[in-house]
Design a protein around this ligand. Sequence first.
Ligand code: ADP
Ligand code: MG
Ligand code: MG
Length: 209
Amino acid sequence: MATKAEVLDFIRIYGDKMAEHRQELTDFDQAIGDGDHGINMNRGFKAVSEKLPTLGDKNIDDILKAVGMTLVSTVGGASGPLYGTAFMKAGTVLKGKEELSDQDVISAFEEGVGGIKFRGKAVQGEKTILDSMIPAIDAIKKSISEGNSMTVALEAGEKAAWEGVEYTKTIIATKGRASYLGERSIGHQDPGATSMAYLFQAAKEAAKK
Ligand code: ADP
Ligand code: MG
Ligand code: MG
């Protein structure tokens, strides 16, 4: 994910995935929340995809900020502000960039996860978005530090994200709506961790092209 075209591809691919997996994400949320996560994410990224054609001549930071602002303004619920903040924050570390180094990509992910932590006041292990996002970023950093390309690192990142999703089945939710269920949230996969794993899948696919 180095060029602006790849960043735009990533956003488009992720939007397609949110449409494709809308029902699945909603079903996961039906079990432990209010059954709208797929609807929320799909609504947000449908609005993003309508904006994408107007963003092509902007810098990467402005593209990501526009995506974040669109998510915040079109998605109700927890996920809109959380994903929106992540995209806006990621944009802030890429000022004026038309192309991203591996370090830029890592910085953007780190700034994004920092935004989600700040906004949601959660830590790893609370059955949230963070449980796939943090392991994915750690795996990407490790892979890059071992001398791999970003394409290879993103493969490792996606794998770690899905392992994080599996882990959410084993823990109690202590943030968000699912926390109302307490122990009864055990055994269920977290919808937000799942949508975040698809984000790393989209990044991997965009980088491969
Ligand atoms: P809502 O719960 O408002 O209906 P969504 O269903 O769209 O919003 O999103 C639910 C997901 O949001 C959860 O599965 C969880 O991963 C994530 N989430 C909820 N609260 C937090 C938080 N404080 N920090 C990080 N992620 C959170
Ligand atoms: Mg919900
Ligand atoms: Mg809701």
